[in-house]
Design a protein around this ligand. Structure first.
Ligand SMILES: [Zn+2]
Length: 258
């Protein structure tokens, strides 16, 4: 399994993220942390500490919906966030768009700014936002003008979904419906699945600001203690837990050896 965590508000969630780091250590697991980089000014030291064992990647600088921005500002978000991470002395090769909404303009620019992969898609249908139900359920190489299609442009790490109903492999979903999700669906089969969580899942009472009241309620639901027990259950069942970068490195090594 590939584990990814979006880090959006360390002011509220640092304790929860620290607890996650201890859990990852216990299971010798690695993860990718997609960081909103406007937090670096205040939390740079902590992010460097995470980077000692895990991958740090970009979740933009300001966490704005890229579909609503002018291309000049989108480019700024891609460039600035990578620079902020690299100013900490950390290499940044991965990108995830806020709200799983990449804009078409980002495609060539990701390449231009030296990103090696994207992880913006989530293999589900989200009414009035997107429908990615048809994309592959594990990492693939995407097409240059369309990340949802296979091609030879850039590695895509889509957030997976569970069969048979294609529910999202995200903690926001799992923490609400965990009682009804059969255990074996969480653990991977032969292909690598991608699980996603948010820092606010890890900290009781925290949520993403600027959402409506219902979403706030859902984001707070079962966060903290319950999420940690679900996560530990998943970690016990998984064969191994790795970051996007580790997966990519293994793939490169295989290509070299063939
Ligand atoms: Zn986000």
């Amino acid at each position: 399994m590939i584990l990814t965590i979006d880090i959006e508000n360390l002011d509220l969630t640092e304790q929860g993220v620290r607890r996650l780091l201890r859990l990852l250590d216990k299971y010798n697991a690695k993860a990718t942390f997609f960081v909103v980089t406007d937090q670096i000014k205040k939390h740079g030291r902590f992010i460097k500490q995470i980077a000692e064992k895990h991958e740090i990647a970009s979740h933009t600088h300001n966490h704005k919906n890229l579909k609503l921005l002018e291309s000049k500002i989108i480019l700024y978000e891609l460039k600035k966030s990578k620079e902020e991470i690299e100013n900490l002395g950390i290499n940044c090769i991965g990108f995830r768009a806020p709200y799983n909404l990449p804009n078409k303009d980002i495609l060539t620019s990701l390449n231009k700014y030296g990103y090696e992969y994207d992880s913006s898609l989530c293999r589900v249908y989200f009414p009035s936002r997107f429908n990615y139900r048809g994309i592959p359920n594990s990492p693939y190489i995407a097409k240059g003008d369309d990340l949802t299609k296979k091609g030879n442009f850039m590695m895509e790490f889509p957030i997976s979904s569970f069969s048979p109903f294609k529910f999202p492999c995200t903690m926001s979903f799992i923490k609400i419906f965990h009682k009804w999700i059969p255990k074996r669906l969480l653990s991977s089969d032969k292909k690598e699945r991608i699980l996603s969580l948010h820092d606010h899942d890890l900290q009781a009472g925290s949520y993403q600001e600027g959402q409506n009241r219902f979403l706030e309620y859902l984001q707070r639901f079962n966060s903290g203690e319950k999420v940690f027990s679900i996560l530990e259950g998943i970690m016990k069942r998984e064969r191994r837990i790795i970051s996007c970068k580790e997966y990519l490195d293994q793939l490169k090594a295989q290509v070299r050896n063939n």
